[in-house]
Write a protein that binds this ligand. Structure first.
Ligand SMILES: Cc1ncc(COP(=O)(O)O)c(C=O)c1O
Length: 363
């Protein structure tokens, strides 16, 4: 394909080429059935095989103990801000939970949870523009809160937690939307991890949820059936017709991730991309990195150029050269470039080369 671009957008993001080729090859005739997978009933043997094998792939690659379940829910990552609150605030008699505010999506998660209960924000890096992961004062970790919520990788800010707050007296909940399977994560530190699919798992509009079984059964009686984790667990994520296409693509992406070596190999590959990109930023006075080096993400890169005029030129020239999707995060005049698992090293090279050239010409 001659007009293919590198997509540095925050999401939806690049899918692995072999995955797209397989979707294309199977679309008219899924495994000799004379029709596509999205025309088939979700109770068909074909879809049952897909969902079972997607679960197995999650289990293998994330090394899930037997007491964790894999679920899919309509609604993407943002819907989980509500679902987590509606499913788990009941663990506390006054519906209280703790949140760490490390950026745009944490702030949004806090806002949504406050619709359903009491939220204490026990740490925040807002004062410094969310440029780091703040420390946690253990005396503020109120032992009887329903849960503690963190955003493991902050898409807009380009930061990530390197060590997670664990062990805790309550379940740790992680929004891993922008980094799931980009590095090994010890799931046993979490009661629940969730991720919208559209970065490292597949298409938008769905979330994968990994939940410890003891957290089932605490949902608000007012919750919609499709969002209740217990119903999702009881119905094998089919409380009504599931998003067959999304789960099918998720399975293909999981297959690809495993063939490529799983989260450990992805971590090494992402570290090589990070070395190249942060190398350009660190050796330059022209580019100013937003995130503090110790907390930098290996998925989302945030940096400033000297002024607004150069920023507009940066975006325009990048798009013209097939470097698609870079944008300023909300409320900031920075560049945010995202490189998820499917971004090849070549993409990092092309972006780094473009940045060096842009600096030479405009610095
Ligand atoms: C960390 C994080 N959480 C949640 C979301 C929201 O996901 P969705 O757009 O699928 O609702 C995003 C989207 O980019 C994200 O990066």
């Amino acid at each position: 394909m001659s007009n293919q671009v590198f997509n540095f957008g925050a999401g939806p993001s690049m899918l692995p080429v072999p995955v797209m080729e397989q979707i294309q090859a199977e679309m008219r005739d899924y495994q000799g059935r004379g029709m596509s997978i999205i025309e088939m009933n979700h109770r068909s043997d074909e879809f049952q095989e897909i969902i079972a094998s997607a679960k197995t792939l999650f289990r293998e690659m994330m090394e899930l103990p037997d007491n964790y379940r894999v679920l899919w829910s309509h609604g993407g990552g943002g819907m989980q801000f509500n679902s987590v609150a509606m499913n788990l605030l009941g663990l506390h008699p006054q519906n209280k939970a703790l949140y760490c505010n490390t950026g745009f999506f944490s702030t949004w998660a806090i806002k949504e949870a406050r619709r359903f209960g009491k939220v204490d924000v026990i740490t925040s890096s807002e004062e410094t523009g969310f440029d780091h992961i703040p420390s946690l004062d253990p005396t503020l970790v109120d032992g009887d809160a329903a849960y503690l919520h963190i955003t493991t990788n902050n898409t807009m800010m380009g930061t990530r937690w390197n060590g997670f707050p664990s062990p805790l007296p309550m379940p740790l909940i992680g929004d891993a939307t922008s980094e799931i399977l980009s590095r090994p994560i010890d799931v046993t530190q979490f009661g629940l991890l969730y991720a919208g699919l559209q970065k490292n798992l597949g298409p938008p509009g769905l979330a994968a949820i990994i939940i410890r079984e003891d957290l089932l059964g605490h949902a608000s009686p007012h919750i919609a059936r499709q969002l209740d984790y217990t119903v999702l667990a009881e119905t094998d994520s089919m409380p009504s017709t599931p998003n067959v296409f999304g789960i099918y693509v998720n399975r293909l992406v999981l297959d690809w991730t495993k063939r490529e070596g799983g989260p450990k190999a992805m971590e090494e590959r992402n570290a090589r991309k990070a070395e190249r990109l942060y190398g350009v930023i660190d050796s330059s006075d022209f580019y100013q990195g937003h995130a503090r080096p110790e907390d930098r993400s290996h998925q989302n890169y945030t940096f400033a150029v000297p002024n607004g005029e150069l920023l507009a030129m940066f975006f325009a020239e990048a798009e013209a050269q097939g470097l698609h999707g870079m944008k300023s995060p909300p409320m900031r005049e920075d560049v945010r470039a995202s490189m998820y698992n499917a971004m090849p090293m070549q993409g990092a090279e092309v972006l780094a080369g473009f940045m060096e050239d842009f600096e030479r010409r405009h610095g």
